[in-house]
Design a protein around this ligand. Sequence first.
Ligand SMILES: Cc1cc2nc3c(=O)[nH]c(=O)nc-3n(C[C@H](O)[C@H](O)[C@H](O)COP(=O)(O)OP(=O)(O)OC[C@H]3O[C@@H](n4cnc5c(N)ncnc54)[C@H](O)[C@@H]3O)c2cc1C
Length: 493
Amino acid sequence: MKIKLNKEWWNTIKKFGGTMPYYCLPKNLQDLIDLVKQAEAESKRIKAVGSGHSFSDVAIPECYLVDLKKMDALLPLDRNSINEKYNNVNLVHVEGGMSVQKFNKRMEHQSLCVKNMGGLDDQTLAGAISTGTHGTGIDLPSFPGMVRSILIVSHGGKCLRIEPKDGLTNPDKHSETGVELIQDDQFFNSSLVSLGCFGIIYSFILEMEDMYYLEETKKLYQWSEVKPRLADRSLFHEADGTPIRGVMVQVNPYKNEDKDHTCIVVRHRILETMPSRYIGDATRNWISSVLSYFPLSYLYLKWVARNKPFKLPKMLDASLKSLRDKRYVNKGYRVLYQGAEYIKKRAYDSEFAFDLSNGKNNFIKALEAMFKKAEENIPEGLYQTAPMGLRFVDQSPAYLSPEYGRQVAYIDTPFVKGTPRLDEQLFAYQEIMLSEDGIPHWGKVNTILDGRPEIIKRYYPKLAEWQEVFNQLNPDRLFSNKFSDRLKLGDIV
Ligand SMILES: Cc1cc2nc3c(=O)[nH]c(=O)nc-3n(C[C@H](O)[C@H](O)[C@H](O)COP(=O)(O)OP(=O)(O)OC[C@H]3O[C@@H](n4cnc5c(N)ncnc54)[C@H](O)[C@@H]3O)c2cc1C
C-alpha cells in the first residue's frame, strides 16, 4: 500500500480540501484493517473519500485520507452462503471504490443494469451510497435502495458484514474468516447512509436488474401547464394510468414573454426490447450535447454572468429549448446518464427533498417562492445561471435518507462557478426551501445546517436509532470530521 505524506486533495469544485497528512491508497481488505488500527493507535482521525464529488465538506478527512481508487474490482459471490429465497435475484459483489461509470460497463457485460442512478457517473459506489445519491423516478430507489449487504471495517479494525434481519446470508453457512455477521434492521438501515462515519466500506452486495432499455423524451411546456399535473401527480402517469418510470422537470426561474416559466419535462419509459432499427434514436440532441461538453460554453456563461447578466433569463430559455429532443433510446444506464459533464463539474447547487405523502405540495410552494426571489434579485444584478431541476424518488429504508419512509420531490438550484455572490444567492434559496420543510441533500451545499442540529432532529424520525449505531461503531469519533462534529452527529439530543 502506498502512503503519501502531506499530499493535496480537494473536492471536485475545489472548495474543500487541503494538505492531507497521510494520503493512503490501500489495495485490499487487510490494508484497510491495518490503516484503521494504525490511526486508532495514534489517536488520529481516519476517513474514506470517494471521487470528491460532494459539494459539502462531508468527505473531508482530517488526518488519514483513505482513497479506495485501487479497490475497484468485482468480487466473487459465495452463492452457497446465501439464503435460498435469493436464488433468482441478480446479485453482484463489488468493492466500494469502483466508480459508477466502471460499474455500469462491467454490469453491461453481464446483461445487468442499475435500477437508477444520478445524472453523472464519476462518483464511487461507496461515496454515492453513503450520501444517498439519487436519480429520478417516483417508484425508483436512490442508490442505497440497491444495497443488500455491506462489508465495513470499523473501529478496532473489526470487519462487519451488515445486513437486515433475515438478510442475504444464511448465518449457518457464513464462512468469511475474520468477518462478523450482523443481521439487524437498525444496523443495516443506519449503515446505508452513514456519511463515512461508521468506518471504511470495503464492499457491497447489490441487487441489479436485467438489462433494460429506456426511451427518453424531452418536451417543452409552460410552468402553468406542468404545475397542476405535478400537484395531482398525473404527470407521473400516461393518459391510461400506466406509470411512467422516470420524470424530471427543468424550469427557468425567470418569466418568459408569456409571463410564464419555460419548462422541459423529461420522461423515461421502459421498452421491452431494444428496437432493431434504432440508429436514429440512439443519440441525444447533438447540438445541446456538443455545446454542453465544450469548455467555451462554460466560459461564455461565466462571462455573461459577470458582464451582461441581464441576458441570462433569455439564455436559460434558449438552453431549455435546445434540450428538446424527440426521442432517445438506449440501454438503461446510458439514458439515465444525463451528460453535460463539463459544465456540471463547474457548477454547484443546494438540493432539498420535500415530502410527497398525503398530497403534500410544499415543493411547488418552495419552487415558486424561489422564482419570486430570483426576480427580486434582478435589480441588484444577481442572477441564476442554470435552470432549476425537479426530480422524484421513492421511499428508502435508510434512516439518514431524506426519503426515509416517504416518496419525495427533490429541487436543485445549480449555479455555474464564478456567478457573482453565488453563495449568498444559494443561502437565500436554502432558507426558502427549509421554510417549506425541505431537507438538504448531504452531498450538496447544506450550509443551512451549520450549528443547527435541531433541523436534523426535526426531519429524521430515526435519528436516535442512527446515532446509537454511530456511537457503537464510532465511539471515539475516529471516523468523524469537521462536518460531522459541526452537525453534532452522534450527540444530538
Ligand atoms: C457533477 C456532479 C453531479 C452530481 N449529480 C448528482 C445526482 O444526480 N444526484 C445526487 O443525488 N447527487 C449528485 N451529486 C452529488 C454526489 O453524487 C454525492 O455527493 C456523492 O456522495 C459523491 O460521491 P463520491 O464518490 O464523490 O464521494 P465523496 O464525495 O468523496 O464522499 C461522499 C461521502 O462518502 C463517504 N465515503 C466515500 N467512500 C467511502 C468508503 N469506502 N467507506 C466509507 N465512506 C465512504 C465519504 O467519507 C463522504 O462522507 C453530484 C455531484 C457532482 C459533482
